[in-house]
Design a protein around this ligand. Structure first.
Ligand SMILES: Nc1ncnc2c1ncn2[C@@H]1O[C@H](COP(=O)(O)OP(=O)(O)OP(=O)(O)O)[C@@H](O)[C@H]1O
Length: 291
């Protein structure tokens, strides 16, 4: 599903959660939605799922307004942290309920996921642990095969092996049944390999929207004698710096061309990659929070 968001504003009383978002998400990609606490991720996903009406602006899904359009919303699935969407009856009943609502439902897949997550479907969802309820949400989210599938920190409470099952299943099922998937997460390092594109929200605005590899290519760490590092990085966008005795390491943003790279090496400096989590931390640092 293609999503076009234009000048989207969402206010809760005095709080402006989304402050003029313009964004196009193409069909058939996995997007990572990143942002610090309170940056607007859940608000944006709620509007895309038509759970919330925007204060102003437009949201179109496959060219149609997402609101007042039941046919569009039945093809959109938003799974939130503890799987509250399936909090009725037993696990079996929750799956039957989802099956009735979801045109692309794959019951066999849902059962195989329940086995992988070791979920006893005879248990009532309410009596399941937090992690098991998260797993129920993920099962429903994946087995729905909705053309627009959104996971909003859906892994909360899942232990590390179960999170790995989740990431593996998202990738395998996406490859078998391509669709638009948006994943909001704070566990950036764990999941970044899945993302084709990354959207970073900051204070209700889009701070960056790029292909993950292009974004990663813009972050470079430069390490060496402090004076040489300072001379080399003068005029560059410095995101953060760290000193250890006479050695300094600086993270810069913006692509370094080959000539600059050669010059760095000739000056005895070491260039290194920056991972997505570090880049995110630096890009979204408030004044004085990045060092
Ligand atoms: N129901 C609400 N009523 C009032 N303010 C709200 C409501 N929901 C969210 N907000 C505010 O809107 C802003 C954005 O919140 P949102 O939940 O979208 O952020 P988030 O990026 O999902 O955060 P987190 O990473 O902590 O989940 C915050 O300032 C938050 O306090």
């Amino acid at each position: 599903m293609k999503i076009e968001v234009e000048d989207l504003v969402l206010r809760y009383g005095d709080v402006t959660a989304l402050d003029g978002i313009t964004l196009t998400l193409e069909e058939g990609k996995i997007y990572g939605l990143l942002g610090r606490n309170g940056s607007g991720k859940t608000s944006l996903l709620s509007v895309l799922a038509a759970f919330r009406k925007p204060t102003s602006g437009r949201v179109r899904v496959d060219g149609r307004p997402v609101f007042e359009n039941g046919r569009v919303t039945s093809r959109i699935s938003l799974i939130r942290d503890v799987g509250e969407t399936v909090d009725i009856g037993t696990g079996e009943e929750a799956l039957s309920y989802a099956e009735a609502l979801r045109p692309n439902w794959d019951g066999e897949f849902a059962r195989s996921l329940a086995e992988l997550f070791k979920i006893d479907l005879k248990k009532s969802v309410k009596s399941m642990s937090k992690g098991q309820r998260s797993a129920m949400g993920i099962i429903v989210g994946l087995a729905s095969r909705a053309p627009l599938t959104m996971f909003d920190e859906a892994y909360l409470g899942l232990d590390a092996p179960s999170r790995q099952v989740f990431y593996d299943q998202v990738l395998a099922d996406y490859l078998a049944h391509p669709r638009t998937i948006i994943m909001s997460t704070h566990l950036i390092d764990e999941v970044s390999a899945l993302f084709e594109e990354v959207v970073i929200l900051h204070r209700g605005r889009v701070l960056a929207h790029e292909e993950r590899d292009d974004l990663l290519a813009k972050g470079v760490s430069i390490t060496g004698p402090a004076a040489a590092v300072d001379a080399f990085t003068t005029g560059m966008t410095v995101l953060g710096s760290r000193s250890l005795g006479p050695t300094k390491s600086v993270t810069v943003y913006g692509e370094l061309d080959d000539a600059r790279r050669r010059k760095a090496v000739e000056s005895g400096l070491e260039l290194g990659p920056v991972d997505l989590q570090d880049l995110f931390i630096h890009l979204t640092a408030e004044d004085g929070a990045s060092s």
